[in-house]
Design a protein around this ligand. Structure first.
Ligand SMILES: C[S@@+](CC[C@H](N)C(=O)[O-])C[C@H]1O[C@@H](n2cnc3c(N)ncnc32)[C@H](O)[C@@H]1O
Length: 283
């Protein structure tokens, strides 16, 4: 891996602008080290000798470079049972509220977007099995999406290290994982098969819309990487993916009220979440 990328201030600006248009993520000068390292890696991987050469390959999508480039720049930090007060809210309130307005037998749809390496959607599945006694009485679909195709492959494989499991009790680990040795565990096939992983870019309506309407969306810890404009675009896209009266959970540092007026704030005992009103708020 190269130590630094020989790119100028202007090249840095062009690269960040390109990344922003593709993903909604913003990188200012304070992230220079992070960006330089990744550019150096991609230049080495593609054999580009200058930034101009690399940028031309990227823009021409030579050998699928756009996908590799996006994958290189995402920040995929996640772990099981992260902010589990929201999972508590899911089973104590959100699903019960949704059941009141759903037809008998209608599928309950939950979307984890972005799902990174899968800890979040698998946590939802485990939490439902552990904490929602009615789980077997309902048809539940868990969909999990991310812009990063590499994390989606890892998520489908379902192999995790110690750090990812740090918030799970030994009893839960024993129950839902197979120890592979070397501090690696694979989630049980039943759970792996209970989540459908599919790519989606939150700032591209053409990629979010086909996923259809959900009862609950978990969109946690991604809007922090966006600027106001891409946050609003993502919020409007997600609004369209919520059934009327459906809920959206954000990360604890993120607030929908500062992003978009489309949603209602709902304060439950365990979490503050947002809701698409029953009537449409768009003009
Ligand atoms: C920090 S992880 C959050 C994972 C999980 N939601 C959690 O809270 O633990 C952020 C994820 O956002 C994804 N991401 C970044 N930009 C995206 C976009 N425009 N559309 C979809 N996913 C995106 C990244 O690939 C990364 O996996």
């Amino acid at each position: 891996m190269a130590d630094s990328a020989p790119i100028t201030h202007e090249e840095y600006r062009r690269l960040c602008e390109y990344l922003y248009r593709r993903t909604g993520m913003t990188f200012n000068e304070t992230r220079r080290y992070f960006v330089d390292r990744r550019v150096a890696d991609r230049m080495a991987a593609t054999g580009a000798s200058t930034f101009a050469d690399y940028f031309a390959r990227l823009r021409g999508d030579i050998d699928g470079e756009i996908e590799q480039f996006v994958n290189a720049f995402t920040v995929n930090e996640t772990y099981f049972y992260r902010e589990d007060h929201q999972l508590q809210c899911l089973t104590a309130n959100l699903l019960e509220e949704r059941l009141k307005v759903k037809q008998n037998g209608e599928t309950m749809r939950i979307w984890s977007v972005p799902c990174s390496t899968g800890e979040e959607p698998y946590s939802i599945a485990m939490w439902l099995l552990e904490n929602w006694p009615q789980v077997d009485a309902h048809d539940i679909e868990i969909v999990a999406s991310d812009i990063d195709t590499e994390v989606l492959s890892a998520a489908r494989e379902g192999v995790f290290g110690k750090r990812a499991l740090m918030r799970l009790s030994p009893a839960l680990i024993d129950k839902y994982f197979v120890a592979l040795g070397g501090d690696r565990w694979q989630i049980l096939d039943d759970l792996r098969n209970s989540v459908r992983f599919t790519p989606a870019n939150l700032v591209e309506r053409a990629e979010t819309r086909p996923h259809g309407l959900f009862d609950v969306i978990f969109c946690r810890n991604v809007l922090i990487y966006f600027d106001d404009t891409s946050r609003r675009v993502a919020a409007e896209n997600l609004y369209e993916n919520l059934a009327p009266g459906g809920y959206i959970c954000l990360g604890h540092t993120e607030s929908m009220s500062r992003i978009s007026p489309l949603f209602e704030v709902c304060r439950f005992a365990d979490a503050i979440v947002y809701r698409r009103p029953m009537g449409d708020r768009r003009g």
